[in-house]
Design a protein around this ligand. Sequence first.
Ligand SMILES: Cc1cc2nc3c(=O)[nH]c(=O)nc-3n(C[C@H](O)[C@H](O)[C@H](O)COP(=O)(O)O)c2cc1C
Ligand code: SF4
Length: 558
Amino acid sequence: MQLFTPIKIGAVELKNRIVMPSLTNHFAKDGFVMEQAVEYYSVRARGGAAMICVEDGIVEFPRGNNVNEPVAVDDDKYIPMLSRLAAAIKKNGAVPAIQLSHAGRRAGRPVNAKGEMETTRGFMPVAPSMIGHPRPGFIVPRELEISEIEELVEKFGQGARRCVEAGFEVIGLHCAHMYLCGEFLSPWANIRTDKYGGSLENRIRFVLEILARMQKEMNGIPLMMRMNGVEPPGGNTLDDIREIARRVESAGVKAISVSAGFGPVIKFRNIVSTQAPIGTPEGVLMPYAENIKAGVSIPVMVGNAIRDPQYMEQAIREGRCDIITLGRPHIADPEWVNKVKAGREEEVRPCICCCQGCQGSVMKGKPMTCILNPLVGKEADPELRITKTKDPKKVLVIGAGPAGLETALTAAARGHNVTVWEKDGQIGGTLRLAEIPPRKDVLRKVIRYFENRVKNLHLKIEYNREATEENVDAFRPDVVVVAVGGKSFVPPIKGIDSSIVHMAHDVLRNSGINAKRAVVVGGGQVGIELSEYLAERDAQITIVEMLDAVGGDMYLVT
Ligand SMILES: Cc1cc2nc3c(=O)[nH]c(=O)nc-3n(C[C@H](O)[C@H](O)[C@H](O)COP(=O)(O)O)c2cc1C
Ligand code: SF4
């Protein structure tokens, strides 16, 4: 496959066309890379990607923070741990890269419960202009003075010097997602009237100055740049975007990573978000990569909800892009590249674009997790490594939903004698219901993934077997794991026992329950998805929610 052929970024050779892009993980502490992150990245470097681009390195900590606990590059004290990280990525087989960034107005994230600005630790965020990030709750930033712009250019230069000293072999500049550099580039966030605002010539000046300053410190190490391939109305047009790409290539950039995202997805429904959500069609950013590719001769990378290796292969063969960035799939399955390259695609733990564990946690100020990969962030924990036990136990797992299966498969891989009892005739549990609402069919891939693991490990599953005290006792297990799933909360509402009242699960389970008019009680994710499901069956829906907004348990993607 061409996907697995080498390509060069400047003088640096990538062994294949797959790169893990920046994914901020919240494993850092006070700007320092922690051991937890070194192991997290090492595991992914071993997984076969040609280059691992470490999360954003913040050039002005904490005023330019993208999250509460980012990696910082604005002081020499950070160099030793950055070196340890770069060396670990290299030792494990990937090119170590890092992306420099300043969050600009996006650092003005909503305050915490005590009314404090957590992300910037109290500092007022800055931006090209006094326009707040459009997502509710972000505060209006202060406009940068010219002298401060010059200081920031220097900070990017010094950040690059530190990353070179630390051993990173490719260094990126983050100009996407409406962080500071992207804000300067876009008329959507930049309404300055001095030499840094107005015409494209002026809006790009900040970025060109940074690129020039960074390169002075980089001894020929290649520089790449991430930029939005598409902007909302009032932002850069596709022609502007191609022109920006052309100009940064002339300024020395050796590869462009095409991305998207602004925050106000609700206002601009058709704009692609940074982390395209579940149900997004494959290759949603590909036309924008092609637009940029038409203006430059350097490699163009693109990702975002690209999951199918055949699609990747075809896009590269047809010259639509040169490299694929595979972000969340690397969180869900660090071995993605090795497995696909070895023809073991069915063993890949599929990322379903839910953002529940990854982006959802990070944006709440918590360390990254993944709903399908329990080891994320725990790679360094020796107790969680799969090693063969010297003391095999007879393990009974009750329930073959995702939790029961993950437990059973892990115990079996460690050499325990595992049996699973499932009261249905098939595995999957509530996943079988979760995949029914519109655009959720990707969950079928998760069921297939578990089916394959069950087959490969010859896991013993007894179907149509319900556990009782007597039969569990008679089975004489050493360990019993109860993984029978949760129970729906039934609110104490008068009339709830009526024959026309159904629980959400029952409606999904029984396609015979039809309604012309339905009241859905509860506007959380389950209620909304059920409403969509019923609406597709021509029902008229009214959602009743006790809070003042629906979707309170859902994550708003940017
Ligand atoms: C948890 C999380 C953190 C991210 N952090 C960054 C970041 O620091 N810098 C960046 O350029 N993109 C960041 N992204 C965007 C990803 O690099 C990637 O573009 C996005 O997830 C879409 O690609 P995918 O579908 O392959 O994941 C982040 C995404 C996620 C899910
Ligand atoms: S939490 Fe969801 S989106 Fe994030 S990596 Fe895991 S499966 Fe993918």
